[in-house]
Design a protein around this ligand. Structure first.
Ligand SMILES: [Zn+2]
Length: 73
C-alpha cells in the first residue's frame, strides 16, 4: 500500500494489545519473528487487551492507516 501523504510504500503490521499496552507491530518478514513483538512495536495505548488490528505504517510520515471496512457493525 502506498502512503497517501508521501506515496512511499507502507509497512504492513498489526495493532496488538498485550498486558501492558496497545502497539503497532510490523509483519515484515525480514525482521526477527519474536523480538519485534516486544521491542519494535509502536505503543498506542494502555487500555486495550487481547485485541489486534491490521494496519499500514509509513516510516517516512510516521502515520498509521487502518482499514475499518470489515469492522463496522
Ligand atoms: Zn508517508
Amino acid at each position: 500500500m502506498k502512503c497517501p501523504y508521501c506515496s512511499e510504500e507502507m509497512k504492513l503490521g498489526v495493532i496488538y494489545g498485550d498486558k501492558c499496552s496497545l502497539k503497532w507491530i510490523s509483519l515484515e518478514k525480514d525482521k526477527g519473528p519474536l523480538l519485534q513483538w516486544f521491542s519494535k512495536g509502536i505503543k498506542l495505548s494502555d487500555v486495550f487487551e487481547n485485541n489486534s488490528i491490521e494496519s499500514f505504517f509509513c516510516e517516512n510520515c510516521k502515520k498509521i492507516i487502518i482499514d475499518v471496512e470489515d469492522k463496522i457493525d
